[in-house]
Design a binder for this molecule. Structure first.
Ligand code: B1M
Length: 208
């Protein structure tokens, strides 16, 4: 299955066109879509995640790698039926009310999707009620809250409080430049991740 190695290399190089082509080639060779996803696309994104964490690659490389991953996913996804793509869990994520920063949140989403999670992105400036509504609607196992301003960190606390009725069903993860483990503990979140790759590790731990 040399083509899977080629897919991984192209993805890590951020070459979306090549990933798309090679994904089609892998399908033509008879490789199962789930094998392509797990052993090609997700495996490569995992490597990028580790490199990002170790400061061996930076935000732009992660963004192009994620774009390449989506190019491959677009080819295989229509072929997946039912639960063929084993989802690791569902996460609802958003940047809190009053906060318009989304670059970090989007990186978290890409890493989570790259690791096989289904992610519902609520966007930026998300009020507590919208988080609650999304939990009701999508029944996620994880809720991710991002904040980049010290002035919106308290909104994070309000969001955690607003989700109190669902705490037996969801784990809440928080992150963003001003957020710390201490703050996460103070507001009663289940976990804090300092970066996007750690967010994946944390999600896996919380659902283990
Ligand atoms: Co703003 N901004 N900004 N800004 N901005 C900061 C955050 C600031 C530190 C700059 C500064 O003054 N040095 C400062 C905050 C100061 C403070 O509160 N202590 C600031 C300010 C003041 C403002 C405005 C108030 C400026 C103004 O208008 N006077 C204004 C506020 C607007 C608002 O939100 N209401 C504002 C606006 C903006 C732009 C719109 C121009 C733009 C945002 C564009 C966008 O996001 N689409 C912007 C930007 C780009 C920044 C900086 C330069 C970069 C932020 C960023 O994207 N970092 C930032 C300064 C800086 O950080 N150097 C700054 C890269 C990103 C990958 O990192 O978001 O930390 P980060 O995400 C990381 C981790 O934190 C973690 O993983 C990510 C990847 O590793 N993470 C999670 C994030 N969310 C997570 C969730 C998780 C887990 C991990 O689980 C759920």
């Amino acid at each position: 299955m040399a083509v899977l190695e080629e897919i991984k290399e192209a993805l890590m190089a951020g070459n979306a066109n090549k990933v798309r082509e090679l994904t089609q080639k892998a399908l033509d060779e008879g490789i199962a879509p789930t094998t392509i996803i797990n052993d090609g696309l997700i495996a490569a994104m995992n490597v990028i995640g580790v490199k990002f964490k170790n400061n061996e690659v930076y935000v732009p490389e992660v963004l192009v790698a994620a774009r390449a991953m989506h190019a491959g996913m677009d080819v295989v996804k229509p072929l997946l039926t039912g639960d063929a793509l084993e989802e690791k869990g569902t996460m609802v994520i958003g940047t809190v009310k009053g906060d318009l920063h989304d670059i970090g949140k989007n990186l978290v989403i890409m890493m989570m999707e790259g690791a096989g999670f289904k992610v519902i992105d609520l966007g930026i400036d998300v009020p507590v009620e919208k988080f609650v509504q999304a939990v009701e609607e999508h029944k996620p196992q994880l809720v991710g809250i991002s904040a980049l301003l010290t002035s919106t960190m308290m909104q994070m606390k309000k969001t955690v409080e607003g989700l109190a009725a669902y705490r037996d069903k969801i784990k809440i993860m928080v992150g963003g430049a001003p957020v710390t483990q201490k703050f996460a503990d103070e507001i009663g979140a289940d976990g804090y991740a300092p970066d996007a790759a750690s967010a994946v590790d944390l999600a896996r731990q919380l659902l283990a």
